[in-house]
Design a protein around this ligand. Sequence first.
Ligand code: AMP
Ligand code: MN
Ligand code: MN
Ligand code: MN
Length: 274
Amino acid sequence: MKIDLHTHTSVSDGTLSPLELVQGAELVGVDILSITDHDSVGAYAQLQNFNSRSMKLVHGIEFSCQWEKIGIHIVGLNIQLGSDSIREGVKTQHHARLMRAQCIAEKLEKLGIENCWQGVKDVAGESVIGRPHFASMLVNNGVVKDFKQAFDRYLGPGKAGDVKHFWSTFDNIIQWIRDANGTAVLAHPHKYKLTRSKLMALLDDFREAGGEGMEVITGTQTDDVTRLLARLCQQKNLLASCGSDFHRPGQYWSVLGKVASLPIDCKAVWENWV
Ligand code: AMP
Ligand code: MN
Ligand code: MN
Ligand code: MN
């Protein structure tokens, strides 16, 4: 089975439209897909007429929050889209994203980069504004040469554009997902670059707040990372999820539908849905 439970569309910071994404996933033979745009379920509104014989579409979202001053992402899977809690969650986080984007623009302007607010709005268009839109704006204006430089100098951890205090809390986000009958999954645990003990503490807090799963596979990763995450997943008695974190074609480390199988000793998050 080909299972990809973490993907993005142009509704957030991906480049494919929701329809292009689901058609692309069908084409490469995905059996179960979830679109998990950042703090948005807008993609699903564009797919109301989409039906697939071969692929199951599981409703999802990737919420942003903060844990101990670290930016953390929590994926909600198999959520009820129309539920009050998802409506509230999306509304709250949209407001947070807007305030945050204005704050980032002001901070960058103070560093001497002109016209950031209008510039980023022009880049984002209808999409929910995120740091990748700031990165594009910085590249377009010739301030940096590429995305990597944009994140290294202006947007990554500890830089001016790394603004996290607007997000709703870790506990609230997990509760929104649970209230929507979904499963809260800690996204890409190894990407936070935490020490082993800090990662254990994060997983303990996550479980205590009602989180039920963690991603054991995110895109292309080394076997060492997979082994470590699978072990933690079992130790903490969590369900295992997997996804490409696909954003755009052409990134070899994140290809739509290209997701390694879960280690056999992991209990898959989708077992209860299929
Ligand atoms: P935001 O949701 O606004 O906090 O932006 C986070 C998104 O920025 C992530 O989901 C990635 O798509 C992207 N991102 C984060 N770090 C980097 C990086 N170093 N280089 C390129 N893109 C990145
Ligand atoms: Mn992203
Ligand atoms: Mn993420
Ligand atoms: Mn993601």
